[in-house]
Design a protein around this ligand. Structure first.
Ligand code: LFR
Length: 480
């Protein structure tokens, strides 16, 4: 009798990893990081792309290591689940070949397509059906830039990885809901929109739900990785944010969450979409969660602002560690300058400290040159954005929240957590840092019959065995 373990492939915009999850129905999930690798946009032919071939090679390397780790401890990898960032896709031809390295959503090309799309389908109409927040890089605008998609299929990044592992083409539903071509109420492709935009109805493969089996490993993958023939690839919340929200260690419904990484995704969980004009004006999204829930949230800028600053400073020879930087930022007084962290002008890479300083200047304030001042400005601005967004979510949904859960990398940032408690006026519970991988593993474990129940049960398991930190809102001193 061998124990079942689950492999999670979890790739974010700045790093990826392959993990093993050991799941017990009583004591929760133990995660082991098997392989970590960097990710980032690369410039290719004047555009910003992902180095997908390199990512896939890292995935295979991680799976091979996972196979030998599991074999070494007498365990069997029952299944593999994949999650990544949303929106982006690779185009695959009839022969199953990727025609080019996928573009990154940080590339500017889709901006020019927005007006063209809106001339065919007005934004009000798009929202009333898809409930998707407007972001210039939503999949539909990116697809509108493609010259010729005849005979090609668009596979979202996790679906593309699953295809290369299994030969099966599917579109996982939580990620499909970020394309702008998915009907939020029906839970099906918005075929009328595909028709209107002149896109083939099968531009995306058929939908699959989290928990369903995509396929089993191709013989060539079995050979490359040493995994057993017959190992399944199971659909999870393949949109990383969907997996993270599934593992928010909350009880009941009256909670808000912030999935805090490259982006901050700030919102609440609903049973049905809110497609009102007021919701559209506030640019809230109704993305799908695990078990048919709605992730009613807004993208607020994220730790991308910080990591890009660090990259610029390192290039100038300034290499203070993140904890030291955050300590000096925390020592600065409240009420300093702020920017609008969700401004699309921060989406592209490079020169972040200068762009932040320019944005502060536009508000009529001045931001000191010192990295600590810039870091404090980022943290104050993110927290203010969280506070504003949460208040809007409550107003637009009528839901009162009593606690804010911060999961992901930002949950380890004490300054950000405390400022968030202050800005929202609510207690903050921080952790787990690995919510995304936990959500990925838990959905697989349920599909594999190791655990049972709905999201409340999965969330209890996500919470067990992890240290959660609590922050109480403090009275803010008045801005000077
Ligand atoms: C977070 C995330 C967000 C999505 C952005 C772009 O990693 O998936 O949810 O809006 O990346 O895909």
């Amino acid at each position: 009798q061998t124990n079942k373990v689950f492999a999670a492939i979890d790739i974010g915009a700045s790093s990826g990893r392959v993990m093993l999850g050991r799941v017990s129905p009583t004591s929760g999930v133990a995660l082991e990081t098997i392989h970590r690798f960097p990710n980032g946009v690369i410039e290719l032919d004047g555009g910003l792309h992902w180095d997908f071939d390199a990512l896939f090679a890292e995935v295979l390397k991680g799976l091979a290591t996972a196979a030998s780790v599991a074999a070494g401890s007498g365990e069997r990898i029952a299944s593999i689940g994949i999650d990544t960032w949303a929106v982006d896709y690779g185009l695959v031809n009839d022969a199953g070949e990727l025609t080019a390295q996928p573009y990154s959503y940080r590339d500017e090309r889709s901006r020019a397509a927005v007006e063209r799309v809106h001339a065919v389908i007005p934004p009000e109409k798009l929202y009333a059906t898809t409930g998707l927040q407007y972001l210039q890089f939503n999949t539909l605008y990116q697809l509108a830039t493609e010259k010729d998609v005849d005979g090609l299929q668009a596979l979202l990044i996790p679906d593309l990885i699953a295809f290369l592992l299994t030969g099966e083409r599917r579109t996982e539903a939580t990620n499909a809901s970020t394309t702008g071509l998915f009907d939020a109420v029906a839970g099906q492709w918005a075929l009328g929109f595909l028709d209107a935009l002149g896109l083939p109805r099968d531009i995306f493969p058929p939908l699959i739900q989290p928990g369903e089996t995509i396929g089993t490993l191709l013989p060539a993958i079995v050979e490359r990785t040493g995994l057993s023939a017959g190992t399944k690839v199971v659909a999870v919340g393949s949109h990383d944010t969907a997996s993270a929200v599934a593992a928010v260690p909350a009880e009941g419904q009256d909670f808000a969450y912030i999935s805090s990484g490259t982006w901050s995704l700030v919102g609440v969980e609903l049973n049905a979409p809110v497609l009102t004009e007021a919701s559209r004006q506030a640019n809230f999204t109704n993305e799908r969660g695990v078990d048919g829930t709605i992730r009613y949230l807004r993208n607020v800028g994220g730790l991308w602002l910080l990591s890009e600053c660090q990259r610029s400073w390192a290039a100038q020879g300034f290499n203070q560690s993140l904890p030291a930087l955050l300590d000096s930022a925390a020592a600065l007084p409240d009420g300093g300058p702020r920017i609008n962290a969700d401004d699309p002008s921060f989406t592209a890479p490079d020169d972040m400290p200068d762009r932040i300083r320019a944005a502060v200047r536009n508000t009529g304030a001045v931001l000191a040159d010192r990295p600590a001042a810039v870091v404090r400005c980022i943290m104050d601005s993110l927290a203010a954005g969280y506070g504003r967004t949460l208040a809007d979510a409550e107003r637009l949904t009528g839901r009162n929240t009593t606690v804010v859960h911060i999961v992901g990398g930002g949950s380890q940032n004490r300054l950000l957590c405390q400022l968030t408690a202050n800005a929202t006026g609510k207690p903050v519970i921080a952790g787990p840092v690995e919510a995304t991988a936990l959500g990925n593993v838990l959905v697989q474990a349920r599909a594999g019959g190791v655990v049972q129940g709905g999201l409340p049960e999965l969330r209890m398991l996500a919470a067990s065995g992890v240290e959660l930190e609590k922050y109480q809102p403090a009275l803010m001193s008045e801005p000077a």
